[in-house]
Design a protein around this ligand. Sequence first.
Ligand SMILES: Cc1cc2nc3c(=O)[nH]c(=O)nc-3n(C[C@H](O)[C@H](O)[C@H](O)COP(=O)(O)OP(=O)(O)OC[C@H]3O[C@@H](n4cnc5c(N)ncnc54)[C@H](O)[C@@H]3O)c2cc1C
Length: 281
Amino acid sequence: MKTAQLEDYLPRPAQVVEVVTENSQIKSFLLRFVDKKHNAGFSYQPGQFMMVSMPHCGEAPISFSSTPATKGLIRLSVRKAGTLTSAMHELKEGSIIGLRGPYGKSFPMEYLAKRDLLFVAGGIGLAPLTSVINTCLADPEYQGRITILYGSRTPEDIAFMAEIKAWQANAAVECLLTVDLATSEWQGNTGLVTSLFDQVAINPATQSAVVCGPPMMIKAVLSALAEKGFDDHDIITTMERHMKCGVGVCRHCHMDGKLVCVDGPVFTLAQLKELNVMEIS
Ligand SMILES: Cc1cc2nc3c(=O)[nH]c(=O)nc-3n(C[C@H](O)[C@H](O)[C@H](O)COP(=O)(O)OP(=O)(O)OC[C@H]3O[C@@H](n4cnc5c(N)ncnc54)[C@H](O)[C@@H]3O)c2cc1C
C-alpha cells in the first residue's frame, strides 16, 4: 500500500473549465488540475470525496458526481448551503480553487456490478449516485437493470436534468421522478420518494439499493427498504457529518467509534445498525 506523503494533504490548484447551473440552489463544476502531470495520474472511485478550499472560506467535503472513466476532468456538484458553497456559486470559467483528495471509502463497485440496482435519491443526493450509475452504464460487462427514483421539493428543484433525460432514453434504465409540491404544469408523481416504490419492480433477491439524500429522507427510505425485505448488507447509503481534515485526524466527523471521513462516507445499513446511529423500525 502506498504511504501518504505530505503533498497528498496539500490543496492543489484546479481550474474551473465549465459551470452548469442545475437549478437555483445547485451548480456543477467541471474542473481540471493545473498541474498536467497530476491531472493525468489522478484517479478516484464513486462515493469518494474531495476537500475543496476557497480563499477566506476554509474547506468543505464534496463528492464526485463524475465517473472515473472520464480522465483529466472531474465534476463536483454543489448545493449552496453556507459560506464556502455560496462562494463556489460565484466561480466563473477560468477561476482557480484548491482541491485535495480523493478521500473516503467508495461504493462497493465490484459487488454492485453483479447486481440489479435500485437508486433512491433526494435533492443534491443524486450527485454521488450519478457517478455510480454512469460508471455501471459505461461498463460493457454490467448486465443488470438500473432503477432510479429521484425526489425533489418542487419541479423547479429537479437537478441533473441532462443526465435524467439520458437515463429515461436508455432501455436498460427506469428513471422516475417525484416532487413534494407540484405546480399546475407538473404531470408527474407528487409525494415522497417512497411513494414511487409501488410503481417499479422491487426484488431484494437480485437488487441492491443505494440511497443518498437528506437525513430524514434516508431514514424513511431505509425503513421502507427493510420492510420490502432487503438484507441490511444490500442497503447502502452515505453519511454526512461536518469535518475539518478529511483524513481521520480532527475527529470532527466522529460517529460512535467510526469516522465518516475514513470509515465512510459509504456505509451499509448493517454497519450503521452496529454503530447505533440508525434506528430503523
Ligand atoms: C462526505 C461528504 C460529501 C459531501 N458531498 C457534497 C456534495 O457533493 N455536494 C454538496 O453540495 N454538499 C456535499 N456535502 C455537504 C457539504 O460538505 C456541507 O454542506 C458543507 O458544510 C458546506 O460548506 P459551507 O461552508 O458552504 O457551509 P457551512 O458554513 O459549513 O454551513 C452549512 C450548514 O451547516 C451548518 N453548520 C455549520 N457548522 C456546523 C457544525 N459544526 N455543526 C452542525 N452544523 C453546522 C450551518 O448552519 C449550515 O446550515 C458533503 C458532505 C460530506 C461529509
